[in-house]
Design a protein around this ligand. Structure first.
Ligand code: ADP
Length: 611
């Protein structure tokens, strides 16, 4: 047993181990080419080592020459696979250099193989050398031919390629990899070739060290490859960890995840998403199945939103109702994003789902509460108008009574004047209609709760409001003036709610005029076109105005300066205007008084309005 018989077999087994490890990785990896080249390099280095061992033990020149000839194959495969490794692992360097180097080298080695004796390097004699620890081994005396110059040119091209690729990788910032892999390949290529040249000339008397040098190259390559594997393993651990975190967050937030594969029309949904729709875990889901589970009223909207996302919008956002197998309905908020394939066409939609039933219920309740509050506001407002309206009702009722009495008198006549009686009855009908209209308007104001928008004429709306407030204004001695620009477009709104806003502003204006009483007390309601798409309605008075430091507070709930005020009129008015898509603001008018202006969106289709 000597170190030659121990070291070389160890090198062979090390190479084979590395080869097997990388073969295993290459078979299971997506990015497998570097591992394949590593495997080939390791196998060829193991073969080179085996041939070197045979030369060390050779007893004849023929035996050595046979080894030198057959070494062509592993040497070519080794250089080619190291080149391939750099090509695929670095992804840099000028490829023509690599191709030229490998082709020239392979050419010289083919010549070596096809001939009956080695043509690159041929042993003319063998020497038995005794070295370190008295170990005896064989070294050949080698003559180099012109082919060895060709081989050298091939090796130089490969070295130039590795150098070029390493420099490019270095510039890209991967300095360590360029230095360890590129540097060691160049160093050991040159070292082993230089050592072989010295050995061939008999200048040094050691075994060939090509196998050992390339084992070092393998170690450098393997180090970087395993680094890659470790990084992948770490990434996989991180991914797993982040998946668990995501799962936890999704679970805590009750988020459902879904992915729709467009090509296969397959929808993947996690357990939470399936629970939201009450779909069993093993049920296959596609788009048709999803649409069927939606509330019939929401299907079209959802399909439109998906269509818009797929055809350019990319983002998908929709709230809809799912009809559950158990019979209930669940509100779901869905968000998603389209993912494009290589050709820029949508291939996937991915997103999240959230149960918003509770929020929707709360919204509805809030809406109802707002409606009730607005209604309460109207009732209290009507309380203020009541006495004046009662007065307005008294007038037609009194007239009806007087006309009825007159008719009775006429009828007592043996020959009643029927023409007169007819005229009296017509008067009674007209008065009755007047009284009926007043009552109708009151009833409409007191009854309705939900907002119901439609096209409205502003001038008709202002006339209605004038009819409702006229009596109160007259009782207070306030002049009520309506100024409506001609040909105003229709607005979109709820008649009763907008009447409520206007009446509230007019009453506030009249309240501001009551103390001290003035002869020119006046409330002007005007309407005009403001910015495009909006009308502006203003209610102006020449009363005491709003103290400047209170201007900001007038819309606050419960802000009032009146002894019996509730401070709810303006906040309710603001909610109503905002619900209509408008804006309301208060200001003081130069010369005294306050003005409240609000905007309302014009009706989109400009249909002839009706009230
Ligand atoms: P209320 O009329 O019950 O006080 P509002 O919300 O309608 O409730 O009004 C809040 C306050 O805004 C009033 O108390 C008053 O101080 C002020 N205000 C409203 N309109 C006018 C106005 N035209 N002129 C002066 N102050 C006004």
């Amino acid at each position: 047993m000597n170190w030659v018989t121990v070291l070389w077999p160890m090198m062979i087994s090390a190479c084979l181990t590395l080869a097997l490890i990388n073969l295993r990785i290459a078979l299971g990896e997506v990015k497998r080419l570097p591992h394949v080249f590593f495997f080939l390099s390791a196998i060829s280095v193991a073969t080179v080592c085996a041939l070197e061992l045979t030369i060390l033990r050779a007893e004849s020149v023929d035996q050595v020459n046979e080894c030198l000839r057959w070494s062509s194959i592993p040497l070519t495969v080794m250089v080619a696979s190291v080149t391939g490794f750099i090509w695929t692992f670095f992804g840099t360097g000028r490829h023509w250099m690599a191709v030229a180097g490998v082709v020239i080298l392979a050419g010289s080695q083919v010549a070596n193989l096809v001939s009956s004796h080695p043509v690159v390097r041929r042993a003319s004699a063998i020497r038995k050398v005794e070295t370190l620890g008295g170990v005896r081994f064989t070294t050949p005396v080698v003559t180099e031919t012109a082919w060895s110059v060709v081989e050298m040119i091939g090796v130089l091209f490969v070295i130039a390629f590795v150098f070029d690729a390493s420099i490019a990788l270095w510039r890209r910032g991967e300095k360590r990899r360029a230095l360890i892999v590129g540097g060691s390949i160049i160093f050991f290529f040159l070292a082993s070739r230089g050592h072989a040249a010295l050995l061939d000339k008999g200048l040094v008397q050691t075994p060939y060290l090509v196998g050992l040098s390339f084992l070092a190259v393998l170690v450098a390559m393997g180090h970087e490859l395993s680094d890659e594997v470790f990084r992948a393993a770490k990434l996989s651990r991180d991914l797993h960890e982040s998946e668990r975190r995501m799962d936890l967050a999704a679970h805590a937030a009750k988020l459902g995840f879904w992915t729709w594969n467009l090509a296969k029309d397959e929808i993947w949904a996690n357990a939470t998403a399936r629970r939201l729709f009450e779909v069993p875990m093993d049920e296959h889901i596609n788009m048709a199945r999803f649409v069927v589970s939606l509330h019939p009223d929401d299907r079209e909207g959802v399909e439109k939103a998906i269509h818009a996302a797929l055809h350019g919008g990319m983002e998908y956002e929709k709230d809809y109702r799912a009809v559950l197998a158990s019979g209930g309905v669940r509100w779901i908020s869905a968000r998603g994003r389209v993912e494009l394939g290589n050709h820029g066409r949508p291939v996937l939609m991915r997103g999240v789902l959230l149960d918003i039933t509770a929020q929707k219920t709360a919204d509805t309740e809030l809406q109802q509460l707002r409606g009730q509050l607005a209604h309460a506001g109207r009732v209290s407002m009507m309380g203020q108008l009541a006495s004046a309206l009662a007065h307005e009702l008294n007038q037609p009722l009194g007239a009806i009574l007087r006309n009825a009495e007159a008719a009775e008198l006429f009828m007592q006549d043996p020959e009643p004047n029927l023409e007169e009686v007819r005229a009296i009855i017509a008067d009674i009908r007209r008065d009755d209609q007047r009284a009926g209209e007043v009552i109708d308007r009151l009833r409409a104001l007191l009854k309705r709760r939900d907002i119901e928008t439609r096209a409205l004429s502003v001038s008709a709306l202002l006339e209605e409001v004038r009819a409702l407030t006229r009596a109160d204004a007259a009782a207070r001695g306030v002049k009520l003036e309506i100024q409506c620009a001609p040909d105003l477009p229709a607005i979109r709104g709820d008649r009763v709610h907008l009447q409520q806003v206007l009446i509230n502003l007019i009453i506030n204006g009249m309240d501001a005029l009551s103390e001290p009483r003035r002869a020119d007390a006046c409330v002007i309601v005007s309407a005009r076109r403001a910015r495009p798409g909006f009308l502006e309605v203003a209610v102006m008075d020449n009363g005491h105005g709003i103290p400047p430091d209170r201007l900001e507070n007038v819309f606050d709930p419960f802000f009032t300066t009146k002894p019996h005020g509730m401070g709810m009129g303006l906040p309710i008015s603001r909610t109503i205007i905002q619900t209509h898509g408008g804006h309301i603001a208060a200001e003081n008018v130069e010369g005294g008084g306050a003005a409240f202006r609000f905007t309302l969106p014009e009706d989109g289709d400009h249909n002839a309005p009706s009230i």
